[in-house]
Design a protein around this ligand. Structure first.
Ligand code: CDT
Length: 307
């Protein structure tokens, strides 16, 4: 029995501050319809796919930013996505800002099945950027002010007759994220991102954004024998340019399909989950070759210790 999942990486162009939820959701439904017409089983949207990337502004009264967050999923604004999933028979993965009833704030991604029922929710673990206003930057990256890190850990869920995991943006730069999911048998990782081209703490990295993006996702895929679906919100958003290059990456580490614009663009590929076992049963046979007793510092220590 084949385990082919046809995936659409639904890249988004910019969402400006004055774009309404209704306008954005309409764009997402257009991409879902295109994905269904291309026989996709699953469409993956970027991180914070319902609003502009608001951590670029520092709002001292955080409650004034509440309108950027979702307090319910679905809500009357996002219900059309769930209705489209059901009517098109198409699963989707969506990133959004979550404000819980007890006022915790998370950078969240949800996986919704073809029947419109939620399969899984993931909250970002590696929250990058800064906690306080840094007025010397040309724009802020105050994710650590707007979001708490997940208390939940990485999950891998049974879906599409396979093992599906999620990560969000900065998580993709950390090998531990892939490996923890690899140890849970992950076969496809869904990852939305917003990556500004300018990195204020070290602008020498600006020219390398594209290289670093593919470097981390391709190596994470290969070293764990898993598909990785990386999906950008990109282009010039409120004056800040962000990386596109959404990609569908095979367990071999090869890029099988990639976006060529910095706008709304659907990239599709038939992903054979059985390909994962070529790597999981050979070079990366964890049970045979890993030496966890040699890796203790990874879980017992956070920063560098020189002894
Ligand atoms: N959204 C997100 O996590 N972006 C970061 C930007 C670099 S840290 C300021 C990323 O890892 O792409």
């Amino acid at each position: 029995m084949s385990r082919v999942v046809t995936v659409g990486a639904a890249q988004l162009g910019p969402i400006q501050r004055d774009h309404t939820r209704a306008e954005v959701v309409k764009r997402l439904v257009v991409l879902m319809t295109e994905a269904a017409n291309k026989s996709c089983d699953l469409v993956v949207f970027p991180e914070l796919a319902l609003t502009t990337f608001f951590p670029r502004w520092f709002e001292p009264d955080i409650t004034k930013a509440d309108h950027f967050y979702e307090t319910q999923m679905p809500s009357k604004f996002t219900q059309p996505l769930f209705d489209a999933a059901r009517s098109l028979g198409l699963a989707f993965c969506l990133g959004y800002a979550e404000l819980t009833p007890d006022r915790h704030r998370y950078n969240t991604q949800v996986l919704v099945g073809k029947n419109g029922e939620t399969i899984a929710k993931y909250r970002k673990i590696h929250v990058p950027g800064h906690e306080h206003h840094e007025p010397d930057r040309p724009f802020q990256h105050a994710e650590r002010y707007y979001f708490e890190p997940s208390p939940d850990g990485f999950g891998v869920w049974n879906a599409f007759d396979g093992r599906i995991g999620m990560m969000i943006c900065n998580d993709r730069r950390w090998p531990e994220a892939y490996r923890v999911m690899g140890l849970k048998g992950v076969e496809m990782i869904l990852c939305g991102y917003n990556t500004p081209l300018h990195y204020a703490p070290d602008p020498t990295q600006d020219r390398l954004q594209s290289f670093h993006n593919s470097l981390v996702m391709q190596s994470g895929a290969y070293q764990n024998g898993t598909w990785v679906i990386g999906v950008a919100k990109c282009g010039l958003e409120e004056g800040v340019a962000s990386l596109g290059e959404s990609a569908i990456i095979a367990p071999s580490g090869e890029i099988m399909a990639q976006a060529v614009t910095t706008d709304d663009e659907l990239v599709t590929h038939k992903c054979d989950l059985d390909w994962c076992s070529n790597y999981k049963k050979t070079l990366f046979d964890f049970d045979r070759y890993r030496r966890p007793e040699m890796y203790l510092p990874i879980t017992t220590q956070r920063g560098v210790v020189i002894d």
